[in-house]
Write a protein that binds this ligand. Sequence first.
Ligand code: FPP
Length: 226
Amino acid sequence: MSNQPRHIAIIMDGNGRWAQAQGKNRTYGHEKGAETVRAVTTFCAANDEIDRLSLYAFSTENWKRPKLEVEFLMKLLEKYLKNELKTYLEGNIRFEPIGDLTLFSDSLRQTIEHVRRETAGCTGLVQSLALNYGAQDEIVRAANALIARNTPLTAESLEHALDTCENVDLLIRTGGDHRLSNFLLWQAAYAELFFTDTLWPDFTTAELEKIIKKFKTVERRFGGLN
Ligand code: FPP
């Protein structure tokens, strides 16, 4: 039973409210949110105890947002991946997207694939961006893949057919709401859940450090008795 948060997953919520509170457009909040993504990723990459950071960047439900906001998020993602390739390589960070990428534009898909390929040899932190990701969609896609291969459906076979089979140790949600919003539902079965009112653009590595410290004091029993 390890008390190291090897896999941290974050639901990055509150960009829109952060911007609106300052009389700015919601998109400004997403731009600031991207800066927090960079800071948190760099922090986790420098921490040997953390192997994987999964970030909920765009959900299967986010397509319901106004067209302009969706377009802005797509452009921001592409810009981020292009600009940050250097950060990934310098930090020995491997980029691994999860989600159904088929709905994205050719250009965004090519950028995602380029960064994935360029960082494939990195051996440090894995930064997993959830893009057009929904856990229910992931489970259905995995089950269909097993059916197509005539593979018996078991917890083990299903787990290995998911976009990622890495179990989450610590799941954090910023922005004040207490829900999982269809993020890593299978992998977070035994995750410790932490909720903070801090809006994502205001979230700092100091707050993350505090949460990790608290996590280390929690007794994890995984359904057993200690
Ligand atoms: C939730 O805030 C955030 C999102 C739906 C998008 C997450 C995107 C980013 C953090 C920035 C871009 C990401 C990368 C990886 C470059 P919200 O818009 O739901 O905020 P609200 O709850 O205040 O409306």
